[in-house]
Design a protein around this ligand. Structure first.
Ligand code: ADP
Length: 220
């Protein structure tokens, strides 16, 4: 039986997404109980995860017998089979797991998962698609959007900021973005301050609403 310290996590469905989550959790030092109905998948993860069990996660009785009710956290990585995804979240909810994360493959799927008790719904493909769209246009070097419409981006410093301090270029009042960090050449990022001078070729980390950040990155 798996010990269930607050650090251990159940990961259900060890496909591309669930497998990656489980693998990263192990590397971060957490104990992971992996569950998948596919024997080959279970075999594949047997040496990496703390415990791996071949079982159908749609049954709360099966999950109860595996001790899943003792865990505080669970991640459901099943996506393609929406019925299995929904039933697995429901089973976790019935067992009283307090922190349920689930992957959704569409907005409607996500709505259902939220309704039946998932505490966090993630849309890995939609989120990565949006991110790649920003990167592929070449304006942003990196981009992360949070689900409340707030974003952080890594972008080239626009020309109008060159040779001036951040307080002089007043980017926040003009564009609504806050410069968080500045990087020059190979030096490490430094935290931005009012007196930080930006030069041509500098890279900025900026935060703001998604629209503000997009508008700012388009200046470069
Ligand atoms: P991905 O796109 O991330 O690979 P999939 O939805 O294709 O996600 O993979 C889901 C994984 O979940 C597969 O390994 C599959 O065997 C497993 N799975 C699907 N249904 C169940 C179930 N009822 N119980 C346990 N594991 C399941």
């Amino acid at each position: 039986q798996t010990s269930s310290s607050s650090d251990s996590v159940v990961v259900i469905g060890l496909g591309r997404f669930g497998g990656s989550v489980a693998d990263s959790l192990v590397r971060l030092g957490h104990e992971v109980l992996g569950i998948d109905e596919n024997a080959e998948v279970v075999q594949k993860w047997a040496d990496t995860l703390t415990h791996v069990v071949q079982a159908d996660s749609t049954s709360s009785e099966v999950l109860r017998q595996l001790g899943v009710g003792e865990f505080r956290r669970a991640v459901v990585g099943i996506g393609t089979d929406i019925e299995a995804s929904v039933l697995s979240v429901l089973a976790l909810e019935e067992l009283g797991v307090r922190d349920i994360w689930a992957k959704a493959i569409s907005y409607k799927h996500g709505r259902i998962l939220e309704r039946i008790g998932a505490h966090h719904v993630v849309y890995p493909e939609a989120a990565m698609g949006e991110r790649v769209a920003h990167l592929v246009t070449g304006k942003m070097i990196d981009f992360i959007a949070f689900d409340d419409g707030f974003a952080i981006a890594k972008t080239q410093a626009p020309k109008e900021a060159w040779g001036a301090t951040l307080s002089e270029s007043a980017l926040r009042s003009k564009y609504g973005v806050t410069v968080v960090g500045v990087k020059r050449g190979r030096a490490d990022f430094t935290y931005a301050q009012a007196g930080t001078i930006v030069e041509a070729g500098d890279i900025l980390i900026v935060s703001g609403t998604t629209e503000q950040v997009e508008r700012f990155a388009a200046l470069t």
